[in-house]
Design a protein around this ligand. Structure first.
Ligand code: GTP
Ligand code: MG
Length: 304
């Protein structure tokens, strides 16, 4: 990874997240196929797919299913598919996924699709890897609003209502639009003032520089309906990020987050290795007996 690192930073990392069964793998399959279509003049980008499954650490059942759903990509040397499972440790999954993505980036895959089940913090962490995050919903998954987790909506750059061939699409779309207007109050602000506000202290903020408002798109991953429009939205988001400076900012935030995580781990490990045997247990006992508070416990432990 150290040797590869200088060669990373070129790929467009696209996260695809959403509740289980919304059709993420089918969508990723369709996206990859679309990217790989031969176009005039330009060679199609090489596409890597990283399917992360934090929910089934042992069976790998979903991964087998993905293999089947992505079968029509097999044989295309410009597509690489890698599945990852937790194998027990949730915390390490984000780091392991980041490492795999780095390898693929360095290997020259221009488009890297990262599929995760949107359920918890670990998945949000993985989604943070991406430049562009697609949140996938589908009609009929219980109560609409409840299916849309606030944390997940916050990270969405593009919203997709997949399975648009099923009844209830309008409801899902309406629920999404409702939640979205809570998170992006900018249009209202524009109405009130009649023009876009330029935030003070941002000299280079141009009045015409609009905030990105996630589009809501309908797709049918089964037959590819809406896929060209989705790819178009992804491309527009990439252009927006590059032009607004958001691309560099995301890179920076991502690398900083990785650095922080590594620092925490490294410091903790080296501290543990220097700790005299039995000290930790002793302090823990004092804490449990309420002789000292957690803060005092920490004070004692770091002073050893
Ligand atoms: N009717 C309909 N079914 C779809 C559509 N897209 C996917 N499906 C079906 O929905 C099921 C789940 O699709 P997947 O692509 O595996 O969904 P997923 O979100 O990757 O699922 P997990 O990885 O298990 O979370 C499969 O049986 C698909 O055939 C669609 O647009 N319309
Ligand atoms: Mg899947």
């Amino acid at each position: 990874l150290n040797t590869l690192f200088p060669f990373t930073g070129k790929a467009h990392l696209i996260g695809v997240t959403g509740a289980s069964g919304t059709g993420k793998s089918s969508l990723v399959n369709q996206l990859a196929r679309h990217y790989r279509q031969p176009r005039q003049a330009e060679t199609p980008p090489r596409v890597a797919i990283v399917a992360v499954d934090p929910t089934s650490p042992f069976t790998g059942g979903a991964i087998l299913g993905d293999r089947i759903r992505m079968r029509d990509l097999a044989g295309d040397p410009g597509v690489f598919i890698r599945s990852m499972a937790t194998r027990g440790s949730l915390g390490g999954l984000a780091a392991a996924t980041a490492a795999v993505v780095q390898v693929l980036d360095a290997a020259g895959f221009e488009v890297i699709l990262i599929e995760t089940v949107g359920a918890g913090q670990s998945e949000v962490d993985i989604a943070r890897l991406a430049h562009t995050t697609i949140v996938v919903e589908a009609p009929g998954l219980g109560d609409d609003i409840q299916a849309i987790k606030a944390g997940i909506l916050e990270i969405a750059d593009v919203l997709v209502v997949n399975k648009a061939d099923l009844p209830g699409v309008e409801n899902t779309e309406r629920a999404l639009r409702g939640s979205l207007s809570l998170g992006h109050p900018l249009p209202q602000r524009m109405l009130h003032h009649g023009r876009m506000e330029t935030l003070p202290g941002q000299p280079d903020a141009k009045p015409d520089q609009q905030e990105w408002v996630p589009p809501i798109l309908r797709t049918v991953a089964l037959d590819g309906t809406g896929i060209p429009e989705l790819v178009d939205a992804i491309t527009k988001h990439q252009a927006y990020l590059k032009q607004s400076g958001g691309w560099k900012q995301r890179e920076r935030e991502r690398l900083q987050a990785e650095l922080e995580l590594l620092m925490q781990r490294t410091l903790l490990d080296s501290w543990r290795s220097r700790l005299t045997a039995g000290v930790y247990e002793m302090v823990l006992e004092q804490l449990v007996a309420r002789q000292i508070s957690p803060y005092q416990a920490v004070e004692r432990l770091v002073s050893f």
